[in-house]
Design a protein around this ligand. Structure first.
Ligand code: MN
Length: 241
C-alpha cells in the first residue's frame, strides 16, 4: 500500500533531464503504487490541450501506461498549467482534482493544495490568480489561435519573472495564518502542498492538537516526493535528478 505525491516538476523541452527523471520515477517508485497525486506545476506552461507537443504526448503515454497497470493518477492544476483540461487527462488516464481537495489518506483526512492560494501576502498575484481562474476568461483564451496563445504565454512568463525578482522572501511564501484558517475550515490536521519550492515538514498546532504541513520540492536540482503507506505517516523524500 503506497500513495505518492509530487509537484512542481515544471516539465519543459529545455530540461530533458527532468523528463528522464520523471519517466524513471514512473517505472521505479511509482510502479505498483495505489495512487499518484500530481499537485500542480507539472508542466512549466500549458496553453491548451490542443497543442499536443511531442513532450506532452510522451508524458501522457507514460502516465497512461501506469494507469493501465492499476495505479490511480490524480492531477491538480498549478499556477503554470491551470489550462490542462479533460482532453489531456483522458489521454493520460488521470483524474482532475479541485484545488483544494480533502482525501482520506489511510484513515487520516489530508488537505491537498497546489499552494499558491496560501500566499495571500502577494495581493497583486492573488488578483491575477482570480482572473486566470475565471472560466469565462479561460474559454475566451482557449478559442484564440495556438500561435496567439504561445505568444501570450511567453509574455506572461517574462512579466512574472520581472515581478518576482523584486519581491521580499516572506511574500513568496505561504501566510502562516492562512494555513491555519484553511486547515480549520476543512477540519484537517494534515496539509500537503507544493508551489513555494521550499520542501519541508512543518509541525504546528491546530485546535490544541499537533498538525503537519508537508511541502513538496521542485525538481530543478533534485527530485522530491512524499510517500505514504498504511503503516507510517507520510514522509518527505528526495533523490538525485
Ligand atoms: Mn506554482
Amino acid at each position: 500500500m503506497t500513495t505518492l505525491f509530487i509537484s512542481d516538476l515544471h516539465l519543459e523541452e529545455s530540461r530533458p533531464d527532468i523528463t528522464e527523471a520523471f519517466l524513471g520515477f514512473l517505472n521505479g517508485k511509482a510502479s505498483g503504487a495505489d495512487q499518484l497525486y500530481i499537485l500542480g506545476d507539472f508542466f512549466e506552461a500549458w496553453i491548451g490541450d490542443d497543442e499536443r507537443t511531442p513532450l506532452q504526448e510522451q508524458i501522457a503515454a507514460a502516465l497512461r501506461s501506469l494507469h493501465e497497470s492499476g495505479t490511480e493518477i490524480y492531477l491538480m492544476h498549478g499556477n503554470r498549467d491551470f489550462l490542462i483540461g479533460q482532453d489531456f487527462c483522458d489521454r493520460a488516464g488521470a483524474t482532475l482534482l479541485e484545488d483544494p481537495t480533502v482525501i482520506d489518506l489511510y484513515g487520516t483526512p489530508t488537505l491537498l493544495m497546489h499552494g499558491d492560494s496560501l500566499c495571500t501576502a502577494d495581493v497583486e498575484y492573488q488578483k491575477f490568480r482570480a482572473n486566470m481562474r475565471n472560466p469565462q476568461w479561460q474559454q475566451m483564451i482557449l478559442q484564440r489561435p495556438l500561435e496567439d496563445r504561445q505568444q501570450m504565454a511567453r509574455q506572461l512568463r517574462e512579466i512574472s519573472m520581472a515581478k518576482n525578482q523584486g519581491k521580499e522572501e516572506f511574500i513568496m511564501d505561504v501566510t502562516p495564518e492562512e494555513v491555519v484558517t484553511d486547515m480549520k475550515k476543512h477540519g484537517v490536521q494534515r496539509l500537503i502542498h507544493g508551489h513555494t519550492h521550499r520542501p519541508a515538514v512543518h509541525k504546528l498546532s491546530i485546535n490544541g492538537q499537533p498538525a503537519y504541513r508537508l511541502v513538496l520540492g521542485d525538481w530543478s536540482e533534485r527530485i522530491w516526493w512524499i510517500e505514504a503507506t498504511g503503516d507510517n505517516p507520510p514522509e518527505l523524500k528526495y533523490g538525485a535528478l
